[in-house]
Design a protein around this ligand. Structure first.
Ligand SMILES: [Zn+2]
Length: 336
């Protein structure tokens, strides 16, 4: 144990004392894409006691350019990101309790997913779920570290309930449709999320050991231009979240179908589905199209459409941004 972390405990701000605190900490990483993979590898190697990694997606070739925990083998094995991350990181550090959870994070399950955590890490690609994290963070007084990266730029900020401004203090209005879809066109180069994810990890270490020098400002970087700046933010007087109104957690903005950022695909939720038997579903769909499945997901192709179904009944419909079409296909083949 001591050998493993010797370079980190030599760093005086952490030391043996800080290392112990890290070892007794529990962190939830929500979203395991570019940012989440950087954060997860950093925190598991640093010896955080418990790390839960939550992600709703499986791995595709266009992820490998920036999502540092995955490889081509994972794609061939059709692994969800949370499972591939868990398997790999358990080999990196077996002393950390690592749990991969394949799930869409929404108002119905977020409180359960972050239960017992000392810190929530944002590895997401969408504003709506961040606003949900913000609500749960403020309600249960669990700090979180926001991070976002797109194109060659990124932002990060630490949100400590009752101490710093919250995320909703500066996102006054719910995200518009257009804003939610910007990443479909913008692209991203990997240094942007690698830098932001690393800054988030450093914040995590500081917050978990109780260091007071965590980042209270919004850090904004551009890795292409080599720019690094910080914006001072203050609490917004009319911020609902800061006044105990948790609108996102209250499901006011909950949706059943979501167009997924940058993927040309739509997620369909079906909370009433219960546990889906892949064996039975495969049998049922085999006469209509091409079906394959493993223990984590079932892939179904019919005509030009492709659908991936998870054990909880959730589906991702590929090659479309049309939510109505996706819902229709789901109803037709899986049933609502
Ligand atoms: Zn606020």
């Amino acid at each position: 144990m001591i050998d493993r972390y010797s370079r980190q405990t030599l760093f005086p701000e952490i030391g043996e004392e800080g290392q112990k605190k890290l070892g007794n900490s529990s962190v939830v990483i929500i979203g395991c894409g570019a940012l989440g993979t950087v954060i997860a590898t950093s925190l598991v190697r640093a010896g955080i006691g418990k790390v839960r990694i939550v992600d709703r997606d499986f791995i595709e070739y266009h992820n490998l350019q920036r999502q540092v925990l995955f490889d081509e083998e994972d794609i061939k094995d059709e692994l969800p990101k949370a499972i591939a991350a868990e398997r790999y990181l358990k080999k990196v550090n077996s002393s950390v309790e690592i749990e991969g959870v394949v799930a869409d994070v929404n108002y119905a399950n977020i409180e359960r997913l972050v239960d017992g955590a000392d810190l929530i890490m944002d590895g997401l690609d969408n504003l709506e779920t961040r606003l949900l994290i913000n609500d749960v963070s403020l309600k249960h007084k669990v700090p979180w570290v926001y991070g976002g990266a797109i194109s060659s730029s990124g932002m990060t900020m630490s949100i400590i309930p009752d101490e710093t401004p919250c995320f909703r203090c500066f996102w006054a209005n719910p995200p518009s449709r257009e804003m939610a879809l910007t990443c479909d066109t913008a692209g991203v180069i990997n240094p942007a999320p690698l830098v932001i994810g690393s800054l988030q990890s450093a914040e995590a270490m500081k917050i978990l050991i109780g260091a007071r020098e965590f980042n209270r400002e919004l850090i904004v970087i551009d890795v292409w231009r080599g720019e690094f700046s910080d914006l001072k933010l203050s609490r917004r007087a009319g911020c609902p979240a800061c006044h105990g109104e948790y609108e996102y957690l209250g499901a006011k903005f909950g949706t059943r179908t979501t167009s997924l950022c940058g993927q040309n695909s739509v997620q369909v939720l079906n909370p009433e589905a219960g546990e889906v038997s892949f064996k039975r579903l495969a049998k049922q769909l085999a006469s209509v199209g091409k079906v394959s499945y493993n223990e984590f997901l079932l892939r179904f192709k019919v005509d030009n459409q492709e659908m991936v179904i998870f054990p909880d009944g959730r589906a991702i419909v590929n090659n479309t941004n049309d939510e109505a079409l996706a819902r229709g296909l789901y109803a037709k083949y899986i049933g609502m």
